[in-house]
Design a binder for this molecule. Structure first.
Ligand SMILES: Cc1cc2nc3c(=O)[nH]c(=O)nc-3n(C[C@H](O)[C@H](O)[C@H](O)COP(=O)(O)OP(=O)(O)OC[C@H]3O[C@@H](n4cnc5c(N)ncnc54)[C@H](O)[C@@H]3O)c2cc1C
Length: 293
């Protein structure tokens, strides 16, 4: 560790960059299967394609390239090959962020124990701009500007210091670490190793980069997305195209669309032909549109 308590990058591959997050946190990849640092190992994108190809054995079809295959898997929600890539992160985050992280049950994790160790005096202090009011439209969220935001940020800082002083006092009085910690607030930082396969990680990123997720966890999820981009760029691109930036309609939505819009099937056929779409791809969009009529 260097002076700022942020670990140094230990491996040369860019995916192992250490990202500083919030005021005192960080996130870094510590391990990955397959390893991008091993010259004898295939890339994560190739590992996904390799895993999928076992389904076809010798096969009868002409072989797609890996990028085409990944697109096909993603588009058709053939998800298990993406479970063949596993990423392990080292994360320093406030306890209230860790609580949200651990709701994702498909992660495996191990966390710093405040029963074994005395926690350092590291609290997340939201900067004044982040000290916003209660959002009325999104009931869980915050929004807007508060004129007393400087005072609020300072007050959170003072309260955190007071709780840490009490923690030290209780330890001094001989109280066990496991009970002394109960006076600390949920903005104190903790550290964890957090591991997930790529299928579940993309699901996690989808939920936690969303504007509905809290700003603080979004900051970590964004860095995870950056890491995935460096580990499996073809997969990330395909996921953005077929999952993250795609939308679905309910039966109710579809009946409104059917009633209020005029879909010109011939025009769409001409357009897909002009774009050089395959028959399979064209048939797929046409069958979706036909289900509206
Ligand atoms: C914006 C936002 C607000 C939230 N607010 C709240 C809240 O107010 N209170 C609260 O308690 N939680 C809240 N959550 C947490 C949320 O309900 C989920 O627990 C969390 O997002 C994990 O999602 P997941 O279950 O899909 O992921 P994972 O736990 O990683 O599971 C991935 C998938 O595996 C399957 N799976 C895993 N475990 C089981 C199981 N036991 N049974 C069946 N299928 C399983 C499911 O298909 C699941 O989608 C919130 C999450 C978000 C993103």
């Amino acid at each position: 560790m260097n002076n700022s308590n942020i670990p140094n990058q230990e491996k040369s591959h860019p995916a192992f960059e250490v990202y500083k997050v919030l005021d005192k946190g960080f996130i870094r990849l510590v391990d990955c299967m397959p390893s991008p640092c091993d010259p004898n190992s295939i890339s994560a994108d190739d590992a996904i394609a390799q895993m999928a190809r076992v389904s076809y054995g010798g096969g009868t079809d002409k072989k797609r390239d890996n990028s085409g295959l990944i697109n096909y898997l993603m588009e058709n929600r053939h998800t298990s090959p993406f479970e063949g890539v596993v990423l392990k992160f080292h994360i320093k985050m406030p306890i209230f962020v860790e609580r949200q992280m651990s709701r994702h049950r498909t992660s495996s994790q191990n966390q710093l124990s405040a029963r074994y160790s005395v926690l350092p005096n590291d609290f997340y202090i939201p900067n004044p701009d982040r000290c916003q009011g209660q959002d009325v439209d999104m009931k869980q969220g915050s929004c807007g500007h508060l004129s007393n935001n400087e005072k609020i940020s300072k007050s959170i800082n003072e309260e955190s210091n007071t709780s840490y002083k009490k923690y030290e006092e209780l330890l001094e009085m001989g109280l066990s670490r496991e009970l002394a910690r109960t006076v600390l607030s949920v903005n104190i930082y903790t550290e964890a190793y957090w591991m997930m396969n790529l299928h579940n990680l993309l699901h996690f990123i989808n939920l936690r980069v969303s504007p509905h997720a809290q700003y603080e966890i979004r900051e970590y999820a964004e860095k995870m997305r950056e890491t995935v981009k460096r580990i499996a760029p073809i997969t990330l691109n395909s996921w953005e195209k077929h999952v993250q930036k795609s939308i679905s309609f309910s039966k109710e939505d579809m009946s409104i669309i059917k009633e209020c819009s005029n879909v010109d099937i011939e025009l769409i056929k001409n357009k897909t032909e002009e774009l050089g779409w395959s028959k399979r791809k064209t048939d797929k969009i046409l069958s979706k549109l036909n289900s509206l009529s």
